[in-house]
Design a protein around this ligand. Structure first.
Ligand code: FES
Length: 165
């Protein structure tokens, strides 16, 4: 019987098959590793930036919001309301634990906003009228620029701030 490393022995068919299999496996592993390296290099070269929408944006014209009504903008998590003194913008994030507050229909005029998570209720101005919420809905900056209402959700303003129209 010949030793495995006996180079004088002719290579059997079985040995060639094993070598080819190992060569194929090695080549495949090298290809996968190379591909992973290329993907990692490409990801490293692309900027690691998170693109977010602008925090300051137009929500419509003053005349779009009649006195006593609320404009709901769920995508930006805000309510824009108008009373007889002017317009104001509120965050729709509940001040209890951060759920999305929902605007109710005008039939429940005393409670305009309701949080489905733990039942906090807010009036038209965002004041707490029930439930566990510790403070009114946060107000954000609202300006009027050429008749357009412009909200800046990054800038909070004191509760009760109204922009005259
Ligand atoms: S999160 Fe709104 S009441 Fe709890």
């Amino acid at each position: 019987m010949a030793l495995v490393d006996d180079l004088n022995e002719p290579i059997s068919e079985r040995e060639i098959t094993r070598r080819r299999a190992l060569l194929t496996l090695g080549g495949g592993a090298l290809g996968v590793a190379s591909l992973g390296g290329i993907v990692t290099l490409l990801r490293f070269m692309s900027p690691n930036v998170l693109f977010e929408p602008a925090t300051r944006f137009k929500v419509g014209r003053v005349e779009d919001i009649p006195i006593g009504s609320v404009l709901v903008i769920p995508k930006r998590k805000i309510f824009v309301a108008r009373n007889d003194q002017g317009c104001f913008a509120m965050s729709s994030v509940c001040t209890h634990l951060g759920c999305m507050v929902q605007h109710q229909t005008a039939s429940k005029a005393k409670e305009e906003f309701f949080c489905p998570c733990h039942g906090s209720r807010f009036d038209f101005e965002g004041n707490v009228v029930g439930g566990p919420a510790p403070r009114p809905l946060d107000q954000v900056s609202l300006e009027i620029d050429g008749g357009e209402l412009v909200v800046d959700i990054k800038e909070t303003v004191p509760h009760g701030t109204v922009t005259e129209v």
